[in-house]
Design a protein around this ligand. Sequence first.
Ligand code: 3EB
Length: 329
Amino acid sequence: MQGCENPQIDPLPRRALQVCYRAGAASALLAEPGTLALLGFGVSTPASTDPRCLQVALETFDAPAPLELWQVNAPVSCGRDGALCWSAGGGWLFAAIELDEREHGGPTATARLAYEQLHRFVAMREARHVLRVWNYLGAINHGEGDAERYKHFCDGRAAGMGDFFAEGFPAATAIGHHGDGRRLQVYLLASDQPGMRVENPRQVSAWRYPRQYGRTPPSFARAMLLPAQDVLAISGTAAVVGHASAHQDDLNAQLEETLLNLEALLASAGMATGFDGQSPLKIYVRHGADAARVRAFVQRRLPGVPTLLLHGDICRRELLVEIDGWRYA
Ligand code: 3EB
């Protein structure tokens, strides 16, 4: 982890959501005012039963494993609703669900159920505008062609969404974890005001991908400008140009292409170029053996940016790396 500079110094504006990586004990971070969510990575982080805590099933290459902290400038309430955990405050909502495919009949039915339950819950809340979703599933590339598990996930996700996103999809990430292969984790950020979707002019919008990538095109926007705040929530971004994967087997070229895509997104959102100490990024690396090269790239090309390196499979087999995160104006 590269450091998150003292995010506590300036008081948060009233509507703000602050995301950063922090070292330290989960209990202390949960006790800070305005903590909406606390995400741990891998098996090494102590689990907590607080509904605001989620243990993400991706191992990190960073030691000690940092925590991702979401904070708002308002009192926070939280609870559980069936398999779902949630917290809310200041017009923001965090909701998470974890399901075991063995109990729900495979990846399609499980993704469908996860999205139906999230959709049902969010629809009852004031914060009903889903801005950003993260999806972590096991063995994402297992199965050939249309039988690949990611394709089944895309089917179930679209079915579970129903017409809830008729006005446009949220920003998203979908990554394969190396934990218990039947465990699906989905968590989201919603708000009481809509955000603004941003697409990447260098890329075909994912929901318009041609048939060769699957029966059901992936249901996500490339990025989302958060409401009432100059913050861009950036979807999983990889070396996809047009609709094709670029630079097969070339890690550095994929990383450079991914940076070009990230810069194109910033431009498309009307933001200045570059990332800085306020803009935490996650970098998903397919092969553990590539982690050192990815870290060297990040130090050279994204100096001073808080980054978290995670071991995860990208939904197209030829893609070695993917980046998502936040850009604060
Ligand atoms: C891509 O550009 C890479 O299925 O939710 C990126 C972000 C990708 C989100 C998803 C997939 C998803 O198509 C893959």
